[in-house]
Ligand binder design. Structure first.
Ligand code: A3P
Length: 286
């Protein structure tokens, strides 16, 4: 994991996008009470939220999502680019992050900043991550799918273990300013998920605007938006001929990848590590 990664907070982050200085900047970042963070474990729908949030905050105006790349529209907290694009941004600032709870900026914990935390079925997350590792040159080679599952389960992937990440954000003392969403509920009923987000952020959207936002953020529309589909990134960094960034956008694709042994191994480990937690997920009974 050494060559392409930096160690931070007990897990790896990609060296191509992060530096010791950028991580220090993130830790010392002055969080404002009206800041909004969308936090995810990688491959759980971050880019989707980068499409939805500006539309909610702008009352459905599609100009930003059609003219500004996702990474500048809703910047990442942690990478080297953060300082360049976040500096003097007018409020409310919307940001995305893959940081586990204990790695947020120091000033975050005492602020009133809001968090939207999106969780995705870990099996689909692992599948999405496997394909992403195959197309992104700044990530380690995934090896075979079987080898990748071991890396994923043991946290030998960027941002560490899925279970650690999810548990960290479920066991916080920021109740009231965190909204939990799942990728699955967004796929099932995007309009309802957008409404939940808007209500959480105190934004009223008319039924027409709500419909417009949900339509605009549909997978097929996002796939053709060059400001959101990562086609602006050079091919030697992200090779979409190997796997497009917006790949399938579905739930349950794990069934096309896992064999019975892999499914049993994966489920047993996740179940054991989630033991004692009491938050139900839509995929629990699968
Ligand atoms: P798949 O690889 O399963 O298709 P992230 O942005 O956190 O890296 O997550 C990427 C995953 O979210 C990819 O999953 C991608 O296709 C999916 N995604 C992005 N936008 C989506 C949308 N509008 N609808 C459904 N899935 C979406």
């Amino acid at each position: 994991m050494g060559e392409r990664n930096l160690l931070f907070g007990g897990f790896f982050v990609p060296k191509m996008t992060h530096s010791a200085e950028s991580l220090k900047y993130a830790v010392e970042f002055q969080v404002h009470d009206d800041d909004i963070f969308a936090v995810t474990y990688p491959k759980s729908g971050t880019t989707w939220i980068q499409e939805i949030l500006p539309l909610i905050l702008n009352g459905g105006d599609v100009t930003p999502v059609q003219t500004i790349p996702s990474w500048d529209r809703v910047p990442w907290l942690g990478p080297t680019r953060t300082a360049l694009v976040l500096g003097d941004r007018p409020p409310p600032r919307a940001m995305v992050s893959h940081m586990p709870y204990h790695c947020m900026p120091r000033s975050f914990y005492t602020s009133k900043a809001k968090v939207i935390y999106v969780t995705r079925n870990p099996k689909d997350t692992a599948v999405s991550s496997f394909h992403f590792h195959g197309m992104a040159s700044f990530l380690d080679d995934p090896g075979t799918f079987d080898q990748f599952l071991d890396k994923f389960l043991s946290g030998q992937v960027v941002f560490g273990k899925w279970t650690d990440h999810v548990k960290s954000w479920r066991n916080t003392d920021i109740e009231g300013r965190i909204l939990y969403l799942t990728y699955e509920e967004m796929v099932q009923d995007l309009r309802a998920a957008v409404l939940r987000m808007a209500q959480f952020l105190g934004r009223e959207l008319s039924p027409d605007v709500l419909e417009k936002v949900a339509n605009h953020c549909h997978f097929n529309n996002m796939k053709t938006n060059i400001m959101s589909n990562y086609s602006l990134v050079p091919q030697d960094i992200m090779d979409s001929s190997k796997s497009p960034f917006l790949r399938k956008g579905t739930t349950g694709d794990w069934r096309n990848h896992f064999n019975a042994e892999q499914e049993a191994r994966f489920s047993a480990i996740i179940k054991k590590e989630m033991e004692g937690t009491s938050f139900p997920f839509p995929w629990d009974d699968e």
